[in-house]
Ligand binder design. Structure first.
Ligand code: GLP
Length: 233
């Protein structure tokens, strides 16, 4: 695990973008993408760049269950707004939060992941150490699954909603095993609220209680953190 400390999220976005640019130049064809406020500066760099993504497939980590893709709180909407409507990709995949048959959707998503092995996976981290919506206690051998969000996650994500009751309680999420199958992983974390999670991920024991700690077992991980998030390292 390589830990790179940057001044702020803008420098972090540039560092992450340099890795993606190199990966694409070296032949990467599939990017695993994340939502949340953290990857926005990276997506801004991708949008502003002259890198061509029209041969690249993207696979997103997760989606709230119950939200329509047109809903402005959905991760479909987020990805469109921050990246896809400005930078065309070959194909983009995000779990369907309105799928009638959730088990079928989960099986289909696992097939998409196995048919399109992820070259570079982008991650943020939750304050409780979650990656995507893999909350503490999620088995390391999990594949795509339905999750019940931790109350701390609902609270943290309520800042994007009118009130906490509007935050969906469930999601469809790529599993930890699938995330770990990516050839390279870039995890970004900014701000003091991520200090404890970053310390546990980098220096703590590898335990399902801290999902991100599994990354210590991956051979090619770059962690990009600002000074506040790195303060306890
Ligand atoms: C959500 C997402 C995660 C993200 C996390 C942190 O729970 N499912 O993928 O890493 O929030 O969000 P933020 O980057 O806004 O701090």
């Amino acid at each position: 695990m390589i830990v790179t400390i940057v001044k702020d999220k803008y420098e972090g976005g540039k560092k992450a973008f340099e890795l993606i640019k190199k990966g694409v130049a070296d032949g990467a064809k599939v990017l695993g993408l994340a939502t949340g406020s953290t990857p926005i500066t990276l997506y801004d760099q991708m949008v502003e760049s002259d890198v061509d993504f029209t041969n690249i497939t993207s696979i997103n980590l997760d989606e709230y269950y119950g939200l329509d893709p047109q809903n402005s709180q959905s991760y479909h909407y987020f990805m469109k707004k921050h990246l896809f409507e400005k930078k065309p990709f070959y194909k983009t995949y995000i779990p369907n939060g309105k799928a009638k048959d959730i088990n079928q959707e989960i099986a289909d998503y696992d097939k998409i992941i196995s048919d399109n092995p992820i070259d570079i996976q982008i991650l943020g981290i939750g304050g409780n150490g979650h990656i995507a919506f893999n909350e503490p206690g999620t088995p390391f051998d999990s594949t795509t699954h339905e999750v019940t969000l931790a109350s701390s996650t609902i609270k943290a994500n309520s800042r994007f909603f009118d009130n906490q009751d509007d935050v969906p309680k469930r999601a469809i999420c790529m599993g930890i095993k699938s995330i770990m199958s990516a050839k390279q992983i870039i995890l970004m974390a900014y701000g003091a609220a991520k200090q404890d999670a970053v310390k546990a991920m980098v220096e703590g024991p590898v335990t399902e209680t801290v999902p991100a700690s599994v990354l210590q077992k991956h051979p090619n991980v770059v962690v990009i953190v600002d000074c506040d998030a790195a303060a306890k390292l």
